[in-house]
Design a protein around this ligand. Sequence first.
Ligand SMILES: [Zn+2]
Length: 416
Amino acid sequence: MSEDKETLLAWIERDRDDLIQFLSRFIRAKSPNPPGDTLAAAEFVRSFLDGQGLTYRVIAPQPTMPNLVATFEGAAGPGRHLVLNGHMDVFPVSDGEGWTRDPWGGEVADGRVYGRGACDMKCGTTASIFTFAYLAKLHDRLKGRLTLTAVSDEETFGAWGSRYLMQHHPEVHGDCCLNGEPSSPHTIRFGEKGLLWLKFTVRTKGGHGAYTHRAVSATKIASRLMIDLESLGDIAAPLPANLIKAIDGAHDAIEQGLGQGAAAIVPKVTVNFGVVRGGIKINMVPADCTIECDIRLPVGVDKARVMAAIGQILARYPEAKVEEINSTPSSWCEPYGEMVEILRANVERLKGFKPPSIISLGGTDTRLWRYANVPAYVYGPSPASMGGPDEHVEIDEFLHVVRTHVLSAYDYLSRA
Ligand SMILES: [Zn+2]
């Protein structure tokens, strides 16, 4: 390993307690979304950057959802532009049900840091922030440019966060994006499924519950419609050869990281009826039923294709109509790209295994870079506890993610 990389690892070892304390205090700077107010979390990150003498811009199209953007140029000559991206907002905590630790306490215990956002994704965002700070100290050894984007509004699709930056600030596009969302240290994510959220409404005249011969039931129609919608899972996804190779090659790692059965649904349309509401009283034939449906789109299947299939199904249900709530296309970039090779080499050196590249089931802001044709990769901690009670990150895993990001960003920027 190069002398610079040994130096970087020594700095991380020296700062071990500072890193853990940073993550703990970052969690205590509450930032649940909704409502998505990240002022406290951003203030905490700003005070760290200030303390390091690093300059940054605050870009806040929505005043309670600031985004921090910092950039430096390497002094060793021209090169590529790497963008580090992480979000500061986190899932909300409903009533604290199931938690045995304070969700906003940032408690350090049993080799873990606990709290909402420990895993998704203040661990990964901390890795991005320290990667930026460490590499800034070595900027005279680096080529090209490094940009840090610590953003808001990820949990609700980034209208005021990464999406705003990508639309209005092309200077954050870069040549490659690295992100530390929960992915499992055993995999690198080069793509993700898209989503299509739809609301179906069934309306009939309804009637008296004893007079079923005179009334058409909206809930019965809706239940038949839901069974028919399951057939969307049979839509075939034509995939390019390198994607088939990547998905097949990562079968075991996907099952290990995301649970048994996960590999089978990576290339499939999945259908979930998240909310179903119908009827108002037990002895009335329901006159209306609504279904909120969460469809996930694999690479190779777009919204138009699914909507065409839904149109054919709805032709059999004149009482039903559909409207779109939200949608994002799937995204992917080169599964064997340069950053993948860099990440794999560093993980192998640090941990002795080579994580394969996979497509994830859930979505992240990295899709926005891929939409702009910038390769974007996710390497972060295990997702097991994300969004649940007692969310946490193992300290060893957290430090491993920091080391991997720091060394990989260094490698990318020390090449011409
Ligand atoms: Zn996240």
